[in-house]
Design a protein around this ligand. Structure first.
Ligand SMILES: *[C@@H]1O[C@H](CO)[C@@H](O)[C@H](O)[C@H]1NC(C)=O
Ligand SMILES: *[C@@H]1O[C@H](CO)[C@@H](O)[C@H](O)[C@H]1NC(C)=O
Ligand SMILES: *[C@@H]1O[C@H](CO)[C@@H](O)[C@H](O)[C@H]1NC(C)=O
Ligand SMILES: *[C@@H]1O[C@H](CO)[C@@H](O)[C@H](O)[C@H]1NC(C)=O
Ligand SMILES: *[C@@H]1O[C@H](CO)[C@@H](O)[C@H](O)[C@H]1NC(C)=O
Ligand SMILES: *[C@@H]1O[C@H](CO)[C@@H](O)[C@H](O)[C@H]1NC(C)=O
Ligand SMILES: [Zn+2]
Length: 466
């Protein structure tokens, strides 16, 4: 499904692009656009000159032409460390020479915590093929796609996070970013002092590193959304591990933070996926309400009016259903210009209907949302008073991401186990296993993105604590 003639063309095109662009611009070679729910390369990208659009996320953020935002650019240090990652948009697996990843994966397997559940269906649809033979009545594996189950059946796995657990809340989250053309949308969020949980796809982070950095410097809450956006339950266990592991790692390398949660594409999880994620220190986040905005025309099949209606039904819940127990958590997308425009159009209605519009970890009073302790996000009460900006962030005009140390905690529950759905949906706010016997560290080339009198400095000797 992934490999088509465009892929090959794009790969072939890259060396020329690099030569043209010098050391400015685009994240990595081999750029391949994969559409979310259908799979098409974008021919027009081939024709665009890979000129430098910007050299850091502050200068990038000032580009308002969508065409210029999506112009491929090239950053040498990102290109250099791309060798430590699977090819973008292909199903990840542990690289044959990645002994660190192999050791962590062996340790996770040896823990005996991964249930023996076979892959099902296809990476393009886990309910296809033998996936259709699942016993959805007994639901032995708590397979969300079949039953919407969020309370694991196997022992030792935390419940999924489903709600934004504060009354009368619209829990705000955007999947599939960073999209190249997100500046107007991120500007809009900024002007409204609105933060959101951003579920970034690893391949998009590699393709569009400056856009990913803006997500952090704007104060959003970053979370993982797998490497290649496939149905996870269809994959082998080492592929599931790699889809999560390399996404967390690329976010660390590009942005400088180690995320502690993820959302599965299509919600496709079972206890095997959950257990692997948990061993990587990742909370599983689902949603209560789906706008289906990714279907919006012209890139999707549904006229705007249909998506308006979907939003309307969710907004109506503010008055029609008791939301005093737990706020809803809504699935919306950063996947393309139309889904972002749709959000900006609906936002006044959402704001008007709900008491607050709050990112997920803020609903949980979780203020340290990354393994790096220096980033401190506002808690719920601070946030609703308008203090939405986290502390400890790098400055947008001089962001330097140094990925010398990527340390994950393995075989340690990301949060204390809870036995009831209520406890799970409330969350605990406890910090993801920050201490563990099983840790591993990584080194990489230093990524330094500084605009200094039009010069781009790339050097491993320059470090800055973020
Ligand atoms: C683009 O943004 C700049 C400010 O960053 C502004 O001066 C300019 O008018 C904008 N151009 C368009 C076409 O909106
Ligand atoms: C792994 O192999 C690739 C080539 O297949 C190479 O570019 C890369 O540097 C190797 N990585 C390590 C950590 O040795
Ligand atoms: C489904 O088919 C795949 C591929 O043939 C196989 O690996 C897997 O074990 C099967 N899963 C089930 C649940 O039968
Ligand atoms: C990003 O948005 C543009 C504009 O809508 C769209 O053409 C492109 O396909 C999107 N990119 C990805 C990777 O989804
Ligand atoms: C978050 O803290 C507020 C007090 O600021 C409290 O009312 C609320 O119950 C807490 N929420 C959770 C999920 O812990
Ligand atoms: C939220 O932060 C404020 C200011 O630091 C603090 O006084 C309050 O106790 C915190 N609330 C919770 C629930 O942690
Ligand atoms: Zn997605």
């Amino acid at each position: 499904m992934q490999l088509n003639s465009f892929t090959l063309l794009l790969v072939a095109l890259v060396p020329a692009g690099q030569a043209l662009a010098g050391h400015m611009g685009k994240g990595i070679p081999g750029h391949h656009i994969q559409k979310h729910h259908h799979d098409l390369a974008t021919p027009s990208l081939l024709k665009r000159a890979p000129a430098a659009a910007a050299t850091n996320d502050a200068s990038f953020a000032n580009i308002n032409s969508t065409t210029a935002q999506c112009k491929p650019y090239y950053i040498e240090s990102v290109s250099a460390f791309s060798k430590e990652f699977p090819p973008v948009w292909e199903i990840a697996d542990i690289l044959p020479n990645d002994t660190e990843a192999q050791q962590i994966w062996q340790r996770i397997q040896a823990s005996g915590k991964i249930p023996d559940i076979a892959p099902r269906g296809l990476p393009t649809g886990s309910m296809q093929g033998n996936g259709s033979r699942y016993d959805a009545v007994a639901d032995p594996d708590c397979w969300w796609t079949a039953t919407k189950c969020t309370t694991p059946k196997h022992p030792g796995i935390p419940n999924d996070i489903v709600t934004c657990p504060e009354p009368h809340i619209w829990g705000i989250s955007f999947d599939d970013g960073p999209n190249c053309t997100h500046n107007a949308f991120y500007d809009f969020l900024k002007e409204n002092n609105q933060k959101a949980t951003m579920f970034y796809i690893g391949s998009n982070v590699m393709d569009w590193p400056l856009q990913a950095q803006r997500g952090l410097t704007d104060g959003h809450q970053l979370s993982a959304h797998t490497w290649s956006h496939r149905y996870l339950t269809a994959l082998t266990s080492s592929q599931i591990f790699a889809e999560l592991y390399y996404t967390v790692k690329v976010i660390k390398y590009v942005v400088g933070v180690t995320v502690t949660s993820y959302r599965p594409p299509y919600g496709d999880i079972d206890d095997r996926v959950r257990a692997i994620a948990n061993a990587l220190g990742l909370d599983t986040i689902i949603w209560t309400d789906d706008t289906n905005d990714w279907q919006i025309a012209p890139q999707g099949p549904s006229p705007t009016a249909v998506i308006d209606h979907n939003y309307g039904s969710i907004i109506a819940k503010a008055t029609s259903t008791p939301l005093d127990q737990a706020g809803i958590l809504v699935l919306t997308h950063e996947i393309n210009g139309e889904t972002m425009d749709e959000w900006m159009k609906e936002y006044p209605l959402v704001k008007n209907a709900f008491k607050h519009v709050v990112p997920i970890d803020t609903c949980r009073n979780k203020t340290q949302i990354y393994q790096e302790q220096q980033y401190v996000y506002p808690n719920f009460s601070q946030y609703i008073q308008g203090n939405t900006m986290p502390q400890g962030l790098p400055k947008a005009n001089a962001i330097k991401a140094k990925a010398a140390q990527y340390t994950i905690t393995a075989s340690q529950p990301s949060r204390p186990l809870t036995s009831t759905a209520a406890a799970s949906s409330k969350g605990t706010g406890s910090q993801a296993g920050s201490k563990s016997a099983a840790t591993a560290s990584f080194s990489s080339s230093t990524l330094v993105l500084v605009a200094v009198a039009a010069a781009v400095i790339v050097g491993s000797s320059v470090t800055l604590a973020l």
